[in-house]
Design a binder for this molecule. Structure first.
Ligand SMILES: [Fe+2]
Ligand SMILES: [Fe+2]
Length: 260
């Protein structure tokens, strides 16, 4: 089994970058499942019905989210209805959407779980205990499980990777928009990376026009942020697993947008 996981798609430029590169990646690597983090897909912050549909139509089998999941109210109904989209599982019970799902293709069942870290982010239950609870629910309903840990602190993500080693096929980090150089298969058979990175404009500051971000740091005033359009890249990981859902490899894909 091969899984492609695409890091936070930022704005229209990120969606166009994904659209331009995904066909070639499919041809070259033939992933069985494509999972995309879409928490920044609408104008750089949040997700809307339009951008969710666009990501699904581009070929995402599932979409994960993060701290910007509920930015746009108009998407709440879709989060409730659309089983292929997950927001952090450790959010309040009864908030829109779901925290885990199972998607199927060619007789294979992939469990997809979204979790939020607690350091500098808001969630109401520990991602560690929540992961244990979700995995117990998925025990008989998924052949492989991918966890997207959307978190700020590298320590929290590394610890969760070890906590889940041998129990999930992949535990991949998102949220910082900066790819880390530690992709590896842990000894128990879990593919791990602290942060996949961002599919969006590398010429900005984690997606924002760099002059606006610098101005805010310089002046501490409330500068309006817009999505940068400079130097778009796709950041993703490609994970290979055996029939038992044990990861055998993880490879980073860091690619400039086609034709840029
Ligand atoms: Fe993000
Ligand atoms: Fe985030």
């Amino acid at each position: 089994m091969k899984l492609l996981f695409v890091g936070d798609v930022v704005g229209g430029i990120g969606r166009r970058t994904l659209a331009s590169l995904l066909p070639g990646i499919r041809d070259a690597h033939q992933p069985d499942f494509v999972v995309v983090n879409g928490e920044n897909s609408a104008g750089g912050v949040g997700i809307t019905q339009k951008t969710a549909r666009e990501l699904l139509e581009l070929g995402a089998d599932a979409i994960t989210l993060g701290n910007h999941a509920f930015r746009h109210r108009e998407v709440y109904g879709l989060l409730d209805r659309e089983a292929r989209i997950v927001r952090p599982a450790n959010y309040p019970k009864g908030s829109p959407g779901r925290g885990h799902t199972v998607v199927e293709r060619d007789g294979m069942r992939l469990g997809v779980v979204n979790l939020s870290g607690l350091v500098f982010l808001q969630a109401v239950r520990s991602p560690f205990a929540e992961a244990d609870a979700v995995l117990a629910e998925l025990r008989d309903s998924a052949d492989a499980v991918l966890v997207d840990i959307h978190a700020e602190a590298t320590s929290e993500k590394v610890a969760l990777g070890w906590h889940l080693d041998g129990r999930v096929t992949a535990c991949v980090g998102t949220h910082t928009h900066v790819a880390t150089a530690d992709a590896r298969v842990l000894p128990g058979g879990t593919a791990y990376v602290t942060d996949v990175g961002m599919t969006g404009p590398r010429g900005g500051v984690i997606g924002v026009k760099r002059e606006q971000a610098i101005e805010r740091f310089l002046s501490l005033t409330n500068v309006r942020f817009e999505t940068s359009d400079e130097d778009p890249w796709l950041n993703a990981v490609l994970i290979e697993a055996d029939g038992d859902g044990r990861a055998t490899g993880i490879e980073q894909l860091l690619l400039p947008a086609a034709g840029e």
